[in-house]
Each structure stands twice: as structure tokens, then as C-alpha cells.
Design a protein around this ligand. Sequence first.
Ligand code: AMP
Length: 300
Amino acid sequence: MSFKNVVLTFYILAKRRYMQLFTEIKLLQHHIKSQKLSQKTIGFVPTMGTLHSGHISLLEQSKAENDLTICSIYINPTQFTNQEDLENYPRKLEDDKIILEKSGCDILFAPSDMEMYPSQSGMTISFDPLEKVMEGKFRKGHFSGVALIIAKFFNIIQPDKAYFGQKDIQQYFIVAQLVKELFFPVQLKCIPTVREEDGLAMSSRNRRLTPALRKKAPKIHEALIVAGELLRNNQPINEIKGKVRELFSTDNDFQLEYFEIADGESLELLEEAPPQGKVVICIAIYLGKIRLIDNVFLFL
Ligand code: AMP
């Protein structure tokens, strides 16, 4: 290696910012305090790991808008309504660390269950009527768990901005309500869904699909697009629902859980399309044993 290249390598290494890993709340808070003293703004990206480009789009948005980006990886037990789902949820912390480091994440917070739930009080939070439909209806207690962990993270990290994916649109609405009700001084950002080339919404759960099921998966997004076109052509919502049900009924690998069309501002379920405005078309469906969700917005 030439002298010039040696100098260049040292320069790059010296300039490079390494990601810091925290597993303890106290140490993380101590670090954040010192960063806030130097007026740094903080962006927060909560995840459950097994990272893909969807997560990274949240991270990149945060990096563009804040001085420091903190990503959490924590598989939150209280938001799982099915023990088997929790046990089978993919765990890839070592791979995730490499991905985050490469993507320029400043801080990874990866706490243990004991750290996040030391008292195991069983505290719950309810969101009426938002939790009564779609994900909330079929996964009772799920949003209480989501809200609890997000409230804990917001209190610990006190971010200026927090980033969530449109892919989990109802979760975004729940967090928005939590922030409003509890006066959390944080600005929420909803980032568009990142998809595979064939339209399938990226998800950590996609890894659990067999190659044969993976081939069938784009049909979920296709159904949302077809439904959107029907809605634009003034087809009544109950007929659209019937057509979507029919679309999946011929293949036993699919088990439709719900298909709904909701108001894009309130998430209230619609029985009739409004003459104009924003609607969101939502689906939850089992493909084999894997439960997948997706949604698209439509402007009428
Ligand atoms: P998860 O790790 O599944 O809890 O997701 C963490 C965050 O990433 C949530 O705010 C999700 O909505 C978001 N997210 C997951 N998949 C995608 C995707 N395909 N595109 C954009 N954001 C996503």
C-alpha cells in the first residue's frame, strides 16, 4: 500500500462514526443527556429487528432530519397475542447490527425483557374505538402492548421525531392517539411502504414463507390494487369485499382474515365510499401459517 493510501485509510477510519450499542436504560439515558446538552436533535426508529429495506427507509429519513438516530430492536412480548407467533418471530440481532452500522445508525438500543418490564405489572392501555377494528379486533390486546412499549421508549429516549411505517397503518394511528392523549413532545412521521419488485410489502415475516408460498404472495398487493380500481369505478364497497373474498377463496393456502376500506384520516370503517377524500384499503391474510398485512391509500 502506498503512503498516500495508508494516510487515506487512516483518515477514513478516523472520520467514521461507529454505532454505539446500549442494552441498559440508565446508560442510554446518560448518553442521550450529554447529546441533548450539545443541542443535538434525536430521531427514533422502533423495530423488532430482522431488518429489511423497509426499516432502513425509516432510518434514512431519520438520519436526514436529525443529528442523531437511535434505532431500537426489541421483540415486545406484550404485543403478541399468540405465544407461537412470539416464539417463531425471527431473531437476527448479529446481522441487524451489521446492517445498522452500514446504514449509518448512531445508536442501537437492544434491551432485555427484564430491562423493559421489570415489574411485570400487567398494565394495559385501551383505545376505543380504534382498537375495535381490523388488527385490534383480531389481535385482542395487541395495541395495548404496542402503546405500552412505545410510551416506555418515548419516556426513555425523549426523541424529537419518531418514525413509523405506513405498512402498519393502524399502529401509526394508535401511536398518534397515544402522543395526543399523553402530550408526548414528539413529532411522528409515517413513511411509505417499501415493496419487493413484485409488489409484496417487505416484512420480517416474509422470511418464513416457503418458496412456493412466496411465489403466491404478490396476490395480496394485487388484490388491493384491483379493489382500488373498483372503488374508483364506483363499485359498492360490499361488492368489492365479495370480489376480494372470491379472489382468495379458490386457493386453500390463503385464509382471508379481514379486508376493509377505511377513512384515510380517522380509520373509521366505511360501508360506502365518500364522493372525495382519502381512503385506505387494508387487508390481513394468512398465507400458509404466516399472517401478512398490507394497505394502500387511495385519493378519490
Ligand atoms: P417491525 O420491526 O415489523 O415492528 O417494524 C418496525 C417499523 O418498520 C414499523 O414502524 C413498521 O411499520 C415499519 N415497517 C415494516 N415494514 C415496512 C415496509 N415494508 N416499509 C416501510 N416501513 C416498514
